[in-house]
Write a protein that binds this ligand. Structure first.
Ligand code: HEM
Length: 179
């Protein structure tokens, strides 16, 4: 997984919890590198899973809730770090439409080793959009948080309904309704 996901995760833990919490979860998760991540590196996805699990233990928050919060935080950071990726978009639905067609396509071109989900828009009108998420990393709560981040970015009110299509959560349907 791209280093930027790790560096942003550490930033979020420090901002939402504390610098001590960052040290604690690195220790709990037995991260060999000591958490010396760089945005341009590539790191095992299992390390992120271990740190999220350690954070859940220490904070008492459930893993999906933490991952959702991280997704929400990450959208704001992606919008700041890669403004060109969403600059043509004037609404959350435009962002969601362009994930596969532009945003992640560009990420994959820049970083051929990026591990991205498959996110298809299967229905869309002015008020409602249905998306299908597929990924072996089962990060639907991250996607949901990113979608919420996109809604907030454009000051839109919306409701996101998540419907798992299998037990592992590698296939999930999202319905996003604008309110
Ligand atoms: C609402 C909009 C977005 C959604 C729903 C979304 C969804 C996701 C999800 C769920 C992942 C985790 C990988 C997986 O599930 O298999 C991911 C990874 C990633 N996304 Fe997006 N994304 C969005 C917008 C963006 C934007 C604006 C950028 C900026 C360039 C971006 C760049 C990336 C990168 C760099 C990764 C990490 C790839 C890796 O670790 O190898 N995404 N995205």
């Amino acid at each position: 997984m791209k280093g930027v996901v790790f560096t942003e995760f550490m930033e979020m833990v420090e901002a939402r919890f504390s610098a001590d919490m960052v040290d604690d979860i690195i220790e709990d998760a037995q991260i060999k590198s000591g958490g010396a991540y760089t945005a341009v590196g590539n790191y095992p996805f299992a390390e992120l899973v271990a740190m999220v699990s350690a954070l859940s233990q220490r904070s008492g928050m459930r893993v999906p809730e933490l991952v959702f919060h991280f997704g929400h935080y990450l959208f704001g950071r992606f919008a700041t770090l890669y403004p060109y990726s969403i600059q043509a978009c004037t609404s959350s639905f435009m962002v969601l439409e362009s994930i596969e067609k532009h945003i992640h396509l560009e990420v994959q071109k820049l970083y051929p080793d990026a591990q991205l989900p498959d996110i298809q828009v299967v229905q869309s009108d002015e008020k409602q959009m249905t998306l299908l998420y597929r990924s072996p990393r089962c990060l639907a709560p991250l996607a949901s948080g990113l979608i919420q981040g996109a809604l907030d970015h454009f000051s839109e009110q919306g409701r996101i309904t998540t419907e798992p299509l299998n037990a592992e959560g590698s296939e999930v349907r999202f319905v996003v309704e604008l309110l």
